[in-house]
Design a binder for this molecule. Structure first.
Ligand SMILES: NC(=O)c1ccc[n+]([C@@H]2O[C@H](COP(=O)([O-])OP(=O)(O)OC[C@H]3O[C@@H](n4cnc5c(N)ncnc54)[C@H](OP(=O)(O)O)[C@@H]3O)[C@@H](O)[C@H]2O)c1
Length: 267
């Protein structure tokens, strides 16, 4: 699933390069799959032995989808979740919580991966435009974050989908080093040769900025819940899981920033 997303499209490439037969599925993928159209689920699953699952927002859909996958003969599920999901207080990502539970109760081989924030949030997602505008403003304080590269997540997922020894495991995935957002922004500013400031906001200021930018209230609230969990330090320690699964270190943030800048991410 999610074959066009930050992790999914890299996973498709990695698996194909390894000679695996892969069907990328999403609303705009070669195999059409839409959470809101149940008629697309079974055709997308037909013939699949293993599935990479990104949770939908609606918990009920997650539960029904896992049941449909198992009925369809899927024997292995690798589910993408988020680090700290079991520690973050508040109503954070109920779809993901439901997907984790459904996968764990599915009766098939499963692994759950819970990554830190992705490097690619800075150049393919929410934080790219603020960086281009010269100001990234977040309510993060000085708590560091061991950002992880989406390619490392994809490489881990590819290994879990195609090899044994990782079943019934929940893996926290991080990059090699925790750095503050101020340091991350300074690193990108240097790599991109741009003037970019990191600005610290209160949660209330962050909420107001997101709403002013046109985000939905529920999105702003979910992001604030996530940042509260991050500020509390639940996700701050690097893990050695990427090295344990892949036998190599995850990509460092400096290398990510240099490569992304060279590819024109912030030009
Ligand atoms: N970003 C982070 O730092 C971070 C950290 C930890 C966990 N996560 C979790 O990672 C997940 C996001 O993964 P990602 O970054 O790989 O994906 P992504 O870049 O956010 O892309 C979303 C994917 O889902 C597909 N999609 C969206 N709506 C859909 C629908 N209604 N039906 C079917 N497919 C749909 C999209 O494809 P189409 O548009 O073609 O449908 C796309 O492939 C989220 O669950 C997030 O909570 C993110």
């Amino acid at each position: 699933m999610a074959g066009t997303g930050k992790t999914g499209r890299r996973l498709v490439r990695t698996l194909r390069a390894a000679g695996q037969h892969v069907r990328a599925a999403s609303r705009s993928s070669e195999v059409r799959f839409d959470w809101s159209q149940r008629a697309t689920w079974q055709p997308a699953l037909a013939g699949a032995s293993a599935v990479y699952l990104l949770a939908p927002e609606d918990p009920a859909l997650a539960v029904d989808f896992v049941a449909t996958a198992v009925d369809s003969g899927v024997g292995r599920i690798v589910a993408l979740s988020g680090r700290g999901i079991d520690q973050i207080e508040g109503d954070f990502s109920p779809g993901m919580v439901a997907a984790e539970e459904a996968v764990q109760n599915s009766g098939v081989q499963w692994t759950i991966i819970r990554p830190n924030n992705f490097n690619q949030n800075f150049n393919e997602d929410l934080w790219r435009q603020p960086l281009l505008d010269g100001r990234l403003a977040l309510p993060m304080g000085a708590t560091p974050e061991p950002f992880i590269d989406a390619q490392d997540i994809a490489d881990v997922a590819a290994t879990l989908l195609t090899s044994h020894g990782h079943h019934e495991q929940v893996y926290d995935l991080s990059g090699p080093r925790a750095l503050t957002f101020a340091t991350a922004v300074a690193t990108i500013a240097r790599a991109a040769d741009r003037s970019i400031r990191y600005v610290e906001l209160t949660p209330a200021q962050y909420q107001a900025e997101l709403l002013a930018q046109g985000h939905l209230e529920e999105t702003a609230t979910a992001l604030n819940i996530m940042f509260a969990g991050m500020r509390a330090g639940h996700l701050a320690e690097p893990t050695d899981t990427v090295r344990r699964v892949l036998g190599r270190d995850p990509l460092d943030f400096d290398s990510y920033a240099t490569r992304a800048a060279a590819a024109g991410a912030w030009s």
